[in-house]
Design a binder for this molecule. Structure first.
Ligand code: FAD
Length: 531
């Protein structure tokens, strides 16, 4: 058993852990980041195959007033490319630009649902209000990432603060699930579905409808999304921090202030920042020798967290295609949300799916595949083409295409337990390819050079995330962590002595900006603790 002494140990090298580590290392602290995979990045990662580069996690990155100032402050030079978004429903496709995004979306919906123009007007007016709030929120560099505040910035900040506080209040009042909110504006269920099925089930209204701002705020690092975590990891080393990969933590012992890895090595800490799956933390926590009062609080928190589940997961299909980039650029931008049918998923992804999972043992394979047929024809696809941002990411004359759809972890898990996981995976791939070849990309399936996929179980295994969740907690029941923007700083606290939490499980709604903000907050707390 080796004994290494470090002041702050960070578990998990996703964007949250990397952010915490880089700020601590920059401040001259002893930092050790432990990551179970070969490389850092977690759910923001890329991979290569046969000359193609694919993004396995988030397909683009929201600037959110954070990424640019943070990199400037850290002295990281990374070239970012634009990452414009398109939205398509059946044969109608629009390319979003910041100036006209919402007007174009409104016209698209009016064309598809002419019977609901008045309702569409009400819905897009609401989206407009939320987008304006998002503009205020993200318009200036986030002050957390501008330590040196020059006169011009200070002036801008002072003008912005009162507006920002009003936005915080307004947003706090719009936590109703987007589906039920839309029901108040229209009775056209297809219209509701088409808008809402872009998002996770029961996403809070302000977060979901605010995406129309986010769509115009996406950026893409030249070379792939994986370049961002890689650049931060390099900076951690440059600042004197340590990163140890292929190290899975399997025990946290707060009374002795040590963590233990899979190989039996122990690492001492003064402060621990847990930046990985929260259920895992509470499962592997050794409460031996802690005060009774503390143990009681920890067990209460454990019970709460283990009773909740992770958010929706995804099924992703990665294709190397023998078709030139021009074929794809003539259809959409490189980041494309496409719904092949205006019908909407309806009960297919609510009661029908629930029934399939609850009564799985009584269902035949055929019944499950029939459901899958409908799901693949009606769902919304997120299609990403890295080489449409950076042409070097695919061989000349060819195109790498990433196609993903939200997909239920529990269903795939049941299939795995019934021993037909690989067959199911292949059935899903076939249906996704068929759907897109019969709609937006005629002939696609005949031009595939190779294909590979990631199921919700792959996400769970690779990133160590409960239920394969890609953005933390599910909204289907009350989220068990802080979920109000103004309370975000306290989201990193835990009842465990000297342990902070960060990342997509620490605050909801989550994503890359949340991971960074909570990582930053945890680092600031760790710095104070040390003092
Ligand atoms: C397909 C897809 C699309 C997405 N799209 C968007 C988007 O458009 N916008 C957006 O904001 N977000 C998006 N996200 C979500 C976003 O990528 C994540 O929310 C964010 O990257 C999470 O960062 P994190 O650091 O909190 O967690 P993670 O990235 O999950 O990092 C946790 C790290 O901890 C490691 N780990 C786990 N357990 C242990 C252990 N026991 N010991 C050591 N290490 C451990 C894991 O290997 C991982 O590297 C998307 C994700 C996916 C998969």
């Amino acid at each position: 058993m080796s004994e290494n002494k470090h002041r702050t140990v960070i578990v998990g090298g996703g964007m949250a852990g990397l952010t915490a580590a880089v700020y601590l290392a920059r401040a001259g602290h002893d930092v050790l980041l432990l990551e179970k995979n070969k490389e850092c990045g977690g759910l923001l990662t890329s991979f290569q195959r046969e000359g193609f580069t694919f993004d396995a996690g988030a397909r683009s990155i929201l600037n959110a007033g954070i990424i640019h100032p943070m990199l400037r402050e850290l002295g990281i030079e990374l070239d970012f490319l634009e990452s414009p978004v398109s939205i398509g429903i059946e044969n109608e496709i629009i390319n979003l630009s910041p100036e006209t995004a919402l007007d174009d979306y409104k016209r698209l919906l009016e064309k598809i649902y002419p019977e609901s123009v008045n309702d569409i007007d009400k819905i897009t007016s609401k989206i407009d209000t939320i987008v304006k709030d998002m503009e205020i929120m993200y318009r200036i560099d986030n002050p957390n990432f501008r330590e040196e505040k020059d006169g011009a910035y200070l002036k801008e900040l002072l003008g912005w603060l009162p507006k920002f506080l009003l936005v915080l209040r307004r947003m706090g009042r719009q936590n109703e699930p987007v589906e039920s909110y839309l029901e108040k504006l229209t009775s056209n269920q297809s219209l509701i579905d088409i808008i809402a099925q872009h998002f996770f089930k029961k996403t809070p209204t302000s977060f979901a409808l605010g995406y129309f701002y986010s769509y115009t705020d996406y950026i893409y690092p030249r070379g792939s999304t994986g370049k961002l975590p890689k650049a931060i990891a390099e900076k951690i080393i440059e600042f004197g921090g340590n990163i140890q990969t292929e190290t899975e933590v399997i025990e946290v012992n707060p009374s002795e202030k040590i963590v233990k890895d899979k190989d039996g090595n122990t690492y001492s800490y003064d402060t621990l920042i847990w930046s990985a799956d929260l259920k895992t933390l509470y499962r592997i926590l050794n409460t031996k020798d802690l005060e009774e009062k503390v143990t009681r609080k920890i067990l209460e928190q454990k019970e709460l967290l283990l009773s909740r589940r992770g958010c929706d997961s995804v099924f992703s299909l990665f294709l190397g295609v023998d078709m030139p980039l021009e074929t794809f650029s003539s259809i959409s931008n490189g980041h494309f949300f496409f719904t092949p049918s205006k019908q909407g998923l309806g009960e297919v992804h609510w009661s029908e799916l629930d029934s399939l999972i609850e009564n799985f043992e009584t269902k035949s394979k055929e019944e499950i595949l029939q459901w899958l047929d409908k799901y693949c024809q009606l769902t919304t696809y997120e299609i990403s083409i890295p080489a449409l941002r950076d042409p070097t990411l695919a061989p000349e004359g060819k195109t790498g295409v990433e196609i993903s759809m939200l997909f239920e972890y529990d269903l795939v898990k049941k299939v795995e337990e019934a021993n037909w996981y690989e067959e199911f995976r292949s059935e899903i791939e076939t249906r996704m390819l068929d759907t897109l070849s019969n709609s937006i990309y005629p002939g696609l399936k005949d031009k595939v050079i190779f294909q590979t996929s990631a199921t919700p179980l792959s996400v769970a295994k690779i990133a160590g995330t409960s239920e394969g969740a890609i953005v933390g907690w599910s909204y289907l029941s009350p989220v068990p962590v802080v979920h109000e923007l103004r309370k975000m700083p306290s989201s990193v606290k835990t009842p465990i002595p000297s342990v902070y939490q960060a990342g997509q499980w620490a605050y909801s709604p989550a994503g890359v900006p949340t991971a960074i903000l909570t990582g930053w907050n945890a680092a600031k707390n760790a710095m104070k603790t040390k003092k």
